[in-house]
Write a protein that binds this ligand. Structure first.
Ligand code: HEM
Length: 123
């Protein structure tokens, strides 16, 4: 049994800052999904860092500021297809790949995303 959360094991806040920096660089430059991201890059990066902190077992930072995550509802204003989810996951896979952690831990971290990403598909 593992006593540390995944958040702690990947390196906590420093790791999530590195992950979200890389991830949104890829997303904002992506030929398919950049169309969806029209607002402030720094703000979405910050929201994602707060959300992933709690999603991976760390403190409830996102909920403290923005309330109940309701992620599917928050994605409803955006037209998200299966292809968008695949592209989002490719960006996440590449960003996870650059973290200074073991391959085993990278796989464990990445495995947290596919189910949630396909749950956001709404078109
Ligand atoms: C299926 C692929 C996905 C697409 C195409 C997508 C797209 C978007 C878009 C367009 C926004 C609004 C950004 C803005 O304000 O400019 C957003 C917000 C957000 N997304 Fe996603 N998303 C996806 C999956 C996910 C997943 C899997 C997670 C979490 C693991 C996630 C977490 C968030 C968070 C935390 C926000 C900020 C919500 C807020 O406004 O407080 N998204 N996403």
């Amino acid at each position: 049994m593992n006593e540390l959360t995944l958040y702690e094991r990947i390196g906590g806040d420093a790791a999530l800052r590195q992950l979200t920096d890389k991830f949104y660089d890829l997303v904002f430059a992506h030929e398919l999904i950049s169309r969806l991201f029209r607002s402030d890059k720094e703000l979405i990066k910050e929201k994602q860092r707060l959300f992933l902190t709690q999603f991976l077992g760390g403190p409830q930072l996102y909920s403290d500021v923005y309330g109940h995550p309701m992620m599917r509802a928050r994605h409803m204003p955006h037209t998200i297809t299966e292809d968008d989810a695949v592209a989002w996951l490719q960006c996440m896979s590449e960003a996870v790949g650059q973290l200074p952690i073991s391959n085993e831990l990278k796989d464990e971290l990445f495995d947290r995303f596919p189910r949630t990403a396909f749950f956001m598909v709404n078109t």
